[in-house]
Design a protein around this ligand. Sequence first.
Ligand code: C2E
Ligand code: MG
Ligand code: MG
Length: 714
Amino acid sequence: MTAGPDGPEDRLRRFATIWSRAVFPVTSTSLTRPELEERLLPLARRLSEALRARDFDADAGKEVGAALVDAHCTDPDALSHSLDCVDAYLVLYCGEDGPQEDLRARSSRLQHAMAAGYAQALRERTLAEQEAIAQAALNAQGAVALALHESEARFRAVFEGAAIGIGIADLEGNILQVNGALLRMFGGSEHAVRERNVQDWTHPEDAPQVWRLYEELVRGEREHYHTEKAFYRPDGTVLWTNLTVSLLRDADGQPRFQLLLMEDTTERRLLNLRLRYEATHDALTGLPNRTLFFERLEKALSAGEGQRFGLCYLDLDGFKTINDSLGHAAGDRLLVEIADRLQSCATAPGEMVARLGGDEFVALTTGPETQHEVDELADRIMNALVTPVRIEGRELLVRGSVGIVEGPAGERGPAEVLRSADITMYRAKSAGGNRYEMADAEADARAITRHGLTTALPAALDRSEFFIEYQPLVHLGDGTVRGAEALVRWLHPQHGVLGPDRFIPLAEHTGLIVPLGRWVLEQSVRQAREWQERHKDKVGTGPLRVNVNLSPCQLTHPGLVQDTVDILERAGLEPDALCLEVTESALIGADDEVLKPLRRLAEMGVDIALDDFGTGYSNLANLRRLPVSVLKLDRSFTQGMQQFPADPVDLKIVEGIVSLAHGLDLTVTVEGVETGAQAEQLRLLGCDTAQGWYYARPGPPDRLHELALVDATG
Ligand code: C2E
Ligand code: MG
Ligand code: MG
């Protein structure tokens, strides 16, 4: 890895520094803070790599947790400080280029694994210590039998001074002796422990094998066992321990006593529970979060035969407006209220509600009957939203859109199901919101391709996947090529060549149309200049021109005029060699503000064409207002002239439009001319230029050059 002034390595180092500062005050290590940092650095690296790995594996977190114990960071605070630190800084310093939400989910799983690895390592360490003490006790006990005073004194010292709880009981379970540590664990009262029987210590959470192991031990069939065990303290609270029970034999090898060693794990257990809770619940609403929801969904989807699942994916309509107008505090209160209501919609076993983030919630139902249950669930959710929410004295009307997915377990993975629900929810939203929709595989597939294309668009422009084809514009009077319309295409790495109808609407939607449109303009203008260079000697018909389509969004972009001027100047093309095509619908009802840039361009000499004319029902009288010099008659008119003689009504209409256009000093171009008969008819009607397959399909720029040459000589 190379390290720039602020490279990944520096950020990793900074993360390790912060971590060491957080943990150092609570470690019992002999290391200095910088030394501790050196030990944490590889752990930070391990987390960082796991965070960004292609295939995520939370085990790295376990290793890191265990390594913390190795580094003597054994105080419970050392763990919680470490987790806080990972939570706050790991994604920040090590995940700058990934999708933040995924990274956060990974980070929380890593934290969870860290806590688990930490607890496990600590436990193993404690067991090893217990083993050592048991050994000492055994040695001492041999010595007791031999009445070796010295040895017994040593045993006493271990017994009384140990931080671990130690007790001795006979084989009937009667407790004979306990040390101070054990007494303290039970709250300090002697009689709660002394002269009791071990068998009084059953607890509902005892592992099933615990008492069997006990029986084996007191019968002399086993030397010791380890277990995690809960005890009731005299005040009713619960003490959790790591318990080791060993059998003590006399000099002849006969079982005599049992030795109990216990370590208090209550705090650690609570910490673990709290961590688990925090890692799986949403802090604002207390609902299960994305992580827990995915766990449940995964389980539901891998349930056995006959099991089904139903999922409602809810997104509030217009939540952003509430947030923006009333502030985030009000937005938060609204979310809490909605979360409460949703929670009460899913109370049956097998049902759950979770918050995925922002204003997105999910409700899950599982079992064999989800086909109708999920509908009822969706109804309950919609009903829960009906009553307005009162916040700061206002009644807020809350609406939501729900996407429903239902199906048998075992067919799809959680990510796929959630994506389908998400897409369906968007379908409900774009149908006006305040409704639910059922998922449908075909609609999903369409949306997924559309979504895939949309997300691939920006990179496509950077990777030069777009190219332009040119379709000649031919003068109907003398058949000469006067120019060409630039038509953009996308050479998609998977889908092959895509026509503009597939991606222009997406580019308009995402705003990419502005840079894409600028690129098309730049290329086309440069191309026109090149044609002119090659046709310098040609006389009579004037220089070759280029037509470029403009999207409505480009019209309102403030840079339009300046960009166009710059592009023309840089290429050295006269403005009158450029024609910008704007669809009729974009200009209907356009106010003067919108027309201003077009007017500026027209004043400079750029032609403006009204594209697809005749499809937008514009008021013909309106044409006078527009800075337009060309009408492009839509293909639908040309289609009516396939036969000769053509439909007389069509002819009349076209004739009317042409004479009106000429009366207003507009040139008329016709689109979609596919036969010679059409061309002849349109020429008779007085149309000026034509474009269509009859002359040429859209093609590479050199083709135009050839066509133009043929016309010049032929
Ligand atoms: P348009 O501007 O009306 O372009 C004419 C369309 O008619 C082109 O489709 C062309 O290939 C097609 N066409 C030409 N001659 C014939 C014919 O004889 N018969 C038939 N049936 N069709 C013919 P294309 O290339 O698919 O473009 C579709 C639309 O995409 C264009 O309609 C234009 O509105 C838009 N578009 C194309 N390039 C761009 C661009 O660079 N920017 C923007 N904003 N829109 C573009
Ligand atoms: Mg066009
Ligand atoms: Mg058109």
